[in-house]
Design a protein around this ligand. Structure first.
Ligand code: NA7
Length: 544
C-alpha cells in the first residue's frame, strides 16, 4: 500500500483516493489498475450493470467494428489467452458477457455503485480534493477524479415536432429494451443512417412487414466480412498475441494493420486496386487507412471513393436508389466509415423503402406515423431513432464539474474542449478524462486506448507520491499549445471538412471544433510517454 494513498479514513467509502465515473471498458480497467497499485477506488455507474455502451446499445445487429481479438483487454495475458471469441466481429451480447467476465474475474463489482450517476464534482482548493455527489445523494471526497464516461454515451434525441405525440412504440438504438423486440407484422420507421442505423436496418428488414428508412445523409459503409472463428483461427491469434498488441500500440488506430507504405497516387492502378481489395476483405472501418495520404489529399481520397462506389453500386438493383445511397457531401472516411452486413442489399427487398429527407424533409410526427414535406404520411407501428449521440463531450457536460475559482468545466469548454493531451485541463487538478476530446479517442481502438490512458494516469499518480506532491495540473500554456497542435494536425487532413459528430456538427448550437487527436494512436502514445519521461512536462506538480 502506497503511503500517501493509504492516508485518511477510507473505510466508510466516503473518503477515497480515486472516484471513477463509469464502469465501461475504461472505468473497469481504471478500478483494476489503481486498486492493484494500492489506492482505494470507488466507481459510480448509471446502469445496473457493467459494460458502458455495450450495456446500452442492444439494437439488433449491434456489433463492434474493430476485430474482437483486438477489441479486448491486453493487460493480463491469462485473460486474453483464456477468452474465446466466437466471431471476427463480436456482437454486443458477446462483448457484454466478456466485460462481465472481466468484472467477476478481477472481483471488480465490490467497488462499483450501480444505478447511480455522478451529478456534481467540486474542487476544494485548500485540500485539492474533489467532492463528488451522486443522484442518490451520496457525497464522496476523492484525491483523483477519473471521467470514464465514454465519448458516445449521451443519446441524441432529435427535436422533431410531434415526436412525443407518436402513439406507437419509440425506441432509440442506444437505449434499447432488454427484452427482444419482435417486429413481425409491423410497419417500422428508422430515422438515421449512421453506424447504428446501418447495422440495425438489415436485421429489422428481415422481420418487419414494411420498413421505411428515413435518410437525411447517406454514409459510406464497408462490409464487415464477419465470419465465425474456428479453433485454428483462435489458436493462431493467441500464439501471436504479443506481437499483435505491439503492432496495435504503434499503429494509427489501435489495430495491428499498417497502411500501405506509399501514397495512393504513387502506385500503379493495379497495386492500388489490390490494396483496397485487401482492406475491403479485411472488412470495416480500416478501409479509411489503406493508404497514408487517403485522409490527407482529395486526389488520394477520390481513389478510395471510386473503389467504394463501384463495389456498392454493383449490389444495389435500382440505380435510382443507388444514387441516393452514395454520399456526395463528404470525402470517404471523414465521417466514421460504417461497418455493415448486407446493408445496401437490404434496399433490394420489396418490404424496404428509402425515404430521401433531402427531397422531402420530415415535417412532423403524429400519433400514427411520419409526415414529410408535401404532406405524404407514412403509417408506422414502431419508430426507431438511430440518431446518434451528443458525442465526445455530451456525457461529461451532464455533470456539474466545478474547478478553481468556481469555474465549471462547461464554462471552460464553452467554445470547445480544452485539454492538455486530452488527459487534463488547467483549473481542474487531478481530474483526468479517458479517451475523450484531445486524445485519439473515437479514432482508435477504445479498449487499448483506455488501457494506455489508465496506465499513464497510474504512473503519474505514483510519480506524484514519489515526489511528495499532492496533485498534477495542466498548465494554461500547455493546454493552449495542445489545442494548437490538435488544430494544426486536423487542418493538415480532410477530416474537419465533413459535418461529422467529430466536429459536433450533429448537435445544433455546438461550436465547430475537430475534437479528436488526428495524428494516430501510436504517435499519441509516444507523445504522452515522452511527457511522462520528461517529468510530466506541461503539468505543474502541486505540493500539499
Ligand atoms: P451517427 O453516426 O451520429 O448517425 C446518426 C444518424 O441520424 C445520421 O444519419 C443523421 O443524419 C441522423 N439524424 C440525426 N438527427 C436527425 C434528424 N433530426 N432527422 C433525420 N435524421 C437525423 O450515430 P450512430 O449511432 O449511427 O453512430 C455513432 C457512432 O457510434 C459510430 O460512428 C460508431 O463509432 C459507434 P445526418 O448525418 O445528421 O444528416
Amino acid at each position: 500500500m502506497n503511503a500517501q494513498a493509504s492516508n485518511g479514513n477510507r473505510d466508510n467509502g466516503s473518503d477515497v483516493d480515486v472516484v471513477v465515473v463509469g464502469a465501461g471498458f475504461a472505468g473497469l480497467y481504471a478500478l483494476h489498475r489503481l486498486r492493484k497499485d494500492g489506492y482505494s477506488v470507488r466507481v459510480f455507474e448509471g446502469a445496473p450493470e457493467v459494460g458502458g455502451v455495450w450495456y446500452w446499445n442492444r439494437y439488433p445487429g449491434a456489433r463492434c467494428d474493430v476485430e474482437s481479438v483486438d477489441y479486448s483487454y491486453s493487460f493480463d495475458d491469462e485473460l486474453q489467452q483464456e477468452w474465446n471469441w466466437t466471431e471476427k466481429y463480436a456482437t454486443q451480447a458477446e462483448i457484454l458477457s466478456y466485460i462481465k467476465h472481466v468484472a467477476d474475474r478481477f472481483d471488480l463489482r465490490k467497488d462499483i455503485t450501480f444505478s447511480t450517476r455522478v451529478t456534481d464534482a467540486e474542487l476544494d482548493e485548500q485540500t485539492l480534493r474533489w467532492q463528488v455527489t451522486t443522484d442518490s445523494g451520496e457525497s464522496v471526497s476523492a484525491r483523483f477524479l477519473i471521467l470514464a464516461v465514454g465519448p458516445l454515451s449521451n443519446a441524441n434525441v432529435p427535436n422533431i415536432p410531434g415526436l412525443a405525440s407518436f402513439a406507437g412504440t419509440t425506441l432509440h438504438t442506444s437505449q434499447w429494451p432488454h427484452t427482444p423486440v419482435d417486429f413481425t407484422g409491423q410497419r417500422v420507421g428508422v430515422i438515421g443512417t449512421g453506424s447504428s442505423g446501418i447495422q440495425a436496418i438489415p436485421e429489422i428488414a428481415k422481420q418487419a412487414d414494411q420498413l421505411y428508412v428515413f435518410q437525411r445523409t447517406p454514409n459510406y459503409s464497408v462490409p464487415a466480412g464477419n465470419v465465425p472463428l474456428s479453433d485454428e483461427d483462435r489458436a493462431a491469434q493467441k500464439a501471436n498475441y504479443a506481437e499483435r498488441r505491439r503492432l496495435s500500440m504503434l499503429s494509427g488506430g489501435g489495430s495491428p494493420h499498417m497502411a500501405h507504405p506509399k501514397s495512393a497516387l504513387d502506385v500503379p492502378p493495379e497495386e492500388r486496386e489490390a490494396a483496397y481489395q485487401k482492406r475491403w476483405e479485411l472488412g470495416g472501418v480500416l478501409f479509411s487507412k489503406t493508404f497514408p495520404d487517403q485522409m490527407v489529399t482529395e486526389g488520394a481520397n477520390a481513389t478510395a471513393r471510386e473503389f467504394w462506389e463501384k463495389k456498392v453500386r454493383a449490389v444495389i438493383d435500382d440505380p435510382e436508389v443507388a444514387e441516393l445511397l452514395v454520399p456526395k457531401d463528404h470525402a470517404i472516411g471523414t465521417k466514421r466509415i460504417c461497418t455493415d452486413s448486407n446493408y445496401f442489399q437490404t434496399y433490394n427487398r420489396d418490404n424496404v423503402e428509402l425515404v430521401n429527407l433531402r427531397a422531402t424533409p420530415i415535417e412532423k410526427i403524429d400519433e400514427t406515423g411520419i409526415v414529410v414535406e408535401g404532406g405524404k404520411h407514412y403509417d408506422i407501428d414502431t419508430l426507431v431513432l438511430a440518431t446518434g449521440f451528443d458525442a465526445m463531450t455530451g456525457s461529461v457536460a451532464k455533470m456539474n464539474i466545478v474547478g478553481r475559482d468556481g469555474v465549471t468545466l462547461n464554462d471552460k469548454w464553452a467554445a470547445g474542449p480544452q485539454t492538455y493531451l486530452g488527459l487534463g485541463t488547467d483549473g481542474f487538478p487531478n481530474m483526468f478524462n479517458i479517451a475523450g476530446p484531445g486524445a485519439p479517442s473515437v479514432l482508435a481502438n477504445m479498449v487499448l486506448h483506455s488501457e494506455l490512458h489508465v496506465d499513464w494516469i497510474a504512473d503519474a499518480a505514483k510519480y506524484l507520491d514519489e515526489q511528495g506532491a499532492v496533485a498534477i495540473e495542466a498548465t494554461p500554456d500547455a493546454v493552449e499549445n495542445w489545442g494548437e497542435e490538435l488544430r494544426t494536425r486536423a487542418d493538415g487532413t480532410l477530416m474537419p471538412t465533413a459535418n461529422s459528430w467529430y466536429v459536433g456538427a450533429n448537435i445544433p448550437g455546438r461550436p465547430r471544433v475537430f475534437m479528436p487527436f488526428v495524428g494516430g494512436f501510436g504517435v499519441y502514445g509516444e507523445i504522452i510517454a515522452d511527457v511522462a519521461q520528461a517529468g510530466y512536462k506541461g503539468f505543474a506538480l502541486l505540493p500539499s
